[in-house]
Design a protein around this ligand. Structure first.
Ligand code: GLC
Length: 453
């Protein structure tokens, strides 16, 4: 009697232990497409996020690659560390501006290629808390975003132009012409130590600041005098990231593109994709990252700023091909968003206020719907609504093919005013002619909402 009770007890404990193990061990390598879709759900709904590049390069204010472009040594770059004091830094303002622009998540550089850390890392002195400024930027940033209900992302540069063990390679400020020069300069440097440093810092970032929603590693450049997965210890790093933050979303720059589990989304940088990107015949998750004017870090003298209309088109176009837009701000060395960035964020927010229904939760329209010239279509499968974005405002009417049987009701999105339509005749009986007012509605890009049957 006693024995059988004992056996039962032991087997119960054993079962509980096995159960615990399977919960505790995230088998990210076996994640199904459905499980991934669930993990990615908030991100595909969000569609619009803010990138922030902020570091010592805000002081020279002429590109975040300035150390590289001007081939500065760490000694020459040191003056920026010494003068760093962004006295007007207020991440609550940043978070508020992101939210008002309609963005749902933010990704901030915890460390960029220059190696300077925006957080209080145990593993380096080269950090914001050791400057005159003295504050843990990442900590305040995370709190501010949560205060606005925004998702939290970190960018972490795999590249490091400051760490003494990081070997000189072809994208380093001290890059060389000959193999022998590389060998001479890299003597005594130990990438294994750097690898450990990088892993330790990522562990800090994913342990000390609560739930992190996105991590953005940047970037790999395998090949001669380059760096890739073995240099970063990518597999090992990924494993740790997935263990520490099982729900996190990871970009595709760890040089693990050949593994399904090695990345979550593609990250086309500063160009428009022609169509929804695919891998092995499958449409993939993707996010394009874009600047207002070319540089990621604050660049005082840049004049090639995109207009609000261009930026909105970038956003709508991404959604119309099933992707996200991560739009970058490079705050100044006082800690403020550049006035030109503020203008554009405001303009986008104004549009989003009235039209965000054509962005959130939307994606590429089913192939049966044909976009007329100068329009972009997006589609919400849950609400069964099709959105027609008028990039150039048509004269009086807009013809849509293949629609007559499918329409329940049509309206402008910004003011919910009815848009009347006529169906075509005979062989044209499936097309509809939307009757538009002559006067363009007061929206940068007017949107027609078609409620489908
Ligand atoms: C690049 C650049 C970098 C920027 C990044 C954003 O890889 O090196 O400065 O942070 O793209 O995507």
């Amino acid at each position: 009697m006693r024995n059988s009770l004992m056996i039962r007890l032991v087997s119960l404990l054993l079962l509980a232990f096995i159960g615990f193990q399977s919960v505790a061990q995230v088998d990210y390598k076996k994640e199904t497409p459905e499980q991934k879709a669930k993990r990615m759900d908030w991100w595909t709904d969000a569609r619009f996020g803010m990138f922030i590049h902020w570091g010592l390069y805000a002081l020279p204010a002429r590109h975040e690659w300035v150390k590289n472009y001007e081939r500065m040594t760490s000694e020459q770059y040191q003056k920026y560390f010494e003068e760093y004091n962004p006295d007007l830094f207020n991440p609550k303002e940043w978070a508020r501006m992101a939210k008002e622009a309609g963005m749902k998540y933010v990704v901030l550089t915890a460390k960029h290629h220059e190696g300077f850390c925006n957080f209080d890392s145990k593993y380096t002195d080269y950090k914001t808390t050791n400057t005159q400024f003295g504050r843990d930027v990442i900590k305040e940033y995370v709190e501010a975003l949560r205060g606005e209900g925004l998702k939290v992302g970190f960018y972490y540069s795999l590249i490091d132009w400051h760490h003494p063990d990081y070997t000189i390679d072809r994208v380093h400020p001290q890059r060389q012409e000959s193999d022998s020069a590389y060998a001479r300069l890299n003597k005594g440097k130990d990438m294994a130590k750097y690898r450990e440093y990088l892993k330790n810092q990522v562990r800090e970032l994913l342990t000390n600041y609560g739930q992190i929603d996105v991590i953005w590693f940047d970037f790999s450049f395998p090949g001669k005098n380059g760096k890739g997965r073995d240099d970063w210890g990518s597999e090992d790093l990924l494993k740790m990231v997935r263990q520490l933050q099982p729900n996190i979303i990871i970009d595709d720059r760890l040089d693990l593109k050949d593994k399904d589990y090695g990345w979550d989304f593609e990250s086309p940088e500063q160009y428009k994709v022609e169509k929804w990107p695919e891998r092995n015949g499958q449409k993939v998750y993707w996010e394009t990252c874009q600047t207002f004017s070319g540089s990621w870090g604050y660049f005082r003298d840049e004049t090639s700023w995109k207009s609000p209309a261009q930026l909105l088109e970038l956003l709508i176009e991404s959604v119309s091909k099933g992707g996200n837009l991560l739009l970058n701000v490079g705050p100044t060395a006082r800690g403020l968003f550049d006035y030109r960035a503020q203008d554009r964020l405001k303009a986008m927010g104004e549009w989003m206020k009235y039209n965000n229904r054509s962005v959130y939760g939307c994606t590429e329209a089913p192939a049966e719907f044909v976009a007329p010239d100068n329009t972009l279509l997006t589609y919400n499968a849950k609400t069964k609504r099709l959105y027609i974005h008028l990039l150039a405002y048509p004269m009086g009417n807009l013809k849509m093919k293949n629609m007559a049987d499918k329409i329940k009701y049509v309206q402008f999105l910004h003011d919910a005013s009815e848009v009347k339509y006529r169906t075509g005749k005979d062989e044209d009986s499936q097309s509809v002619n939307l009757q538009l007012p002559v006067l363009k509605p007061p929206m940068e890009i007017p949107v027609i909402e078609v409620i489908l049957k």
